[in-house]
Design a protein around this ligand. Structure first.
Ligand code: GLU
Length: 463
């Protein structure tokens, strides 16, 4: 199995799902998962996009067995480093008259296209350079004329036994002699992908069905080179709520944006796995990667497009938020793993909508409260300093300390809670006070109470 992103932008939902399906399939069937960087588009490929894609995949938990950083037996894993392989394959095709040089300029191709449309013909290359005599080709090449190399597309029927779509047929005669090597010496996508899939021993390609039309070309290329093409599984694309394929205009579509919005990788991969695939009946839908890989198979991948639903993603995220080990969440938040942070996450995750909400409440709890308690609260604070001296091991224990305090003070509970919340957090609303006491712990509670008392207007005779 392989995932073959082009480093021309950020990893988005659709590509991440493709990576995930390949990864799950490889896991399920003890296969290898290869990461191949398709960076032959020199203009648009950038090393920083490659680095970001690798980081996003790692964050999602999709480790690759072989790839540009990991190495492996069938490398290199960047297409820009595999040019000799493509060159050798092109030479073979040229020698066997399965490819030819084409000297048409972009302007000539455009004129040809317009002319064909005008005559009601499909706008494709008409093969005019194919009959050029060998001597003429050599002469023009020696003279330094730039040219591309095109593949002679065999006219035969090409049958794809697609593992999701079923049987799909194409006629080679409907396809043109496409470019395999551009004038600048770089391979085209179809050529590089076909060569690499065969040379890297890829046996199954799972990808979006926007690539279905490329498949007969890639299969014909593989066969012309004497190789067995891989099998294919084309998965219907993900659509937005309006029924159009998911794109930037649908809002948050990259993995990095979801991460920044506080989605957990566990929640995201769980949701993505179920976007177009359904687990066997009776299986709990909330699954981690390990459980997903035990159940995943192509026979339960849907043949129609899946709709992206942010509410459902948020639901999966909450399920994982409640199940994840506290330590894991603290790490994901990127805060120091102090006892206070751990207790805060333990309490906050119960009702939080996502990591962003936890992060916000946590930083509010960690902030030094700006004192906002009035002078009349002195009695409450002083009594609290004494009554809350212990270290509550649970929120329930903190609750009993508060009950004791209430009995001592003979004041309405609401007034006491209001004063304490303000003194401890500087806020009017938030967590129940018992939870605040538990999260802060005895020492921090006393420190904040002292501060609040110190900030009170001096009252004669009191301490
Ligand atoms: N680089 C291609 C893309 O990102 C890969 C397509 C394929 O899987 O063959 O769309």
């Amino acid at each position: 199995m392989r995932f073959a992103p082009s480093p021309t932008g950020s990893l988005h939902i659709g590509n991440a799902r493709t990576a995930l399906f390949n990864w799950l399939f490889a896991r399920r069937h003890d296969g290898r998962f290869i990461l191949r960087i398709e960076d032959t588009d020199r203009e648009r490929s950038r090393p920083e996009f490659e680095a970001a894609i690798l980081e996003d995949l790692r964050w999602l938990g999709l480790r690759w067995d072989e790839g540009p950083d990991a190495g492996g037996e069938v490398g290199p894993y960047r297409q820009s480093e595999r040019l000799p392989d493509y060159r050798a394959a092109v030479d073979r095709l040229l020698q066997e008259d399965r490819a030819y040089h084409c000297f048409c300029t972009p302007e000539a191709l455009e004129a040809q296209r317009r002319d064909r449309i005008g005559r009601g013909l499909p706008p494709r290359y008409d093969g005019r350079c194919r009959p050029l005599p060998v001597e003429e080709v050599s002469r023009r090449r020696r003279a330094g004329e730039a040219g591309a190399v095109r593949f002679v597309m065999p006219p035969d029927r090409i049958q794809i036994h697609d593992l999701v779509k079923g049987d799909v047929q194409f006629l080679g005669s409907d396809l043109d002699d496409f470019v395999i090597l551009r004038a600048d010496g770089t391979p085209s996508y179809n050529f590089a992908a076909a060569v690499d899939d065969c040379r890297m021993g890829v046996t199954l390609v799972i990808r979006g069905d926007d690539h279905l039309a490329n498949t007969p070309r890639q299969m014909a290329l593989a066969r012309a080179l004497g190789w067995e093409p891989p099998r294919f599984a084309h998965v219907p694309l993900i659509h937005g709520a309006d029924g159009a394929p998911l794109s930037k205009r649908h809002g948050v579509v990259t993995i990095a944006e979801h991460r920044a919005a506080g989605i957990l990788p566990e929640g995201l991969v769980n949701y993505l796995a179920l976007l177009g695939w359904s687990p066997p009946p009776g299986t709990d839908e909330v699954m981690d990667l390990e459980a997903l890989s035990r159940h995943f198979d192509l026979d339960r991948v849907s043949r129609s497009p899946a709709k992206f639903d942010a509410d459902r993603l948020a639901w999966f995220n909450r399920q994982h938020l409640r199940r994840a080990p506290v330590e894991r969440l603290v790490e994901e938040l990127g805060v120091r793993a102090t006892p206070l942070a751990r207790r805060a996450v333990e309490v906050l995750r119960r009702d939080a909508s996502g990591m962003a909400a936890i992060r916000e409440s946590l930083s509010a709890l960690m902030e030094e409260p700006a004192s906002s308690v009035g002078g009349s609260d002195r009695a409450v604070l002083v009594a609290a300093r004494r009554a809350l001296a212990g270290e509550p091991a649970t929120e329930a224990e903190a609750g009993s300390l508060l009950d004791d305090l209430g009995r001592q003070l003979a004041l309405p509970k609401r007034a006491i809670m209001h004063t304490l919340r303000a003194a401890l957090t500087g806020r009017e609303h938030g967590l129940p006070v018992a939870s605040i006491l538990y999260v802060l712990g005895g020492e921090e509670t006393r420190r904040r109470l002292e501060r609040a008392i110190g900030a009170l207007p001096v009252a004669r005779g009191a301490s």
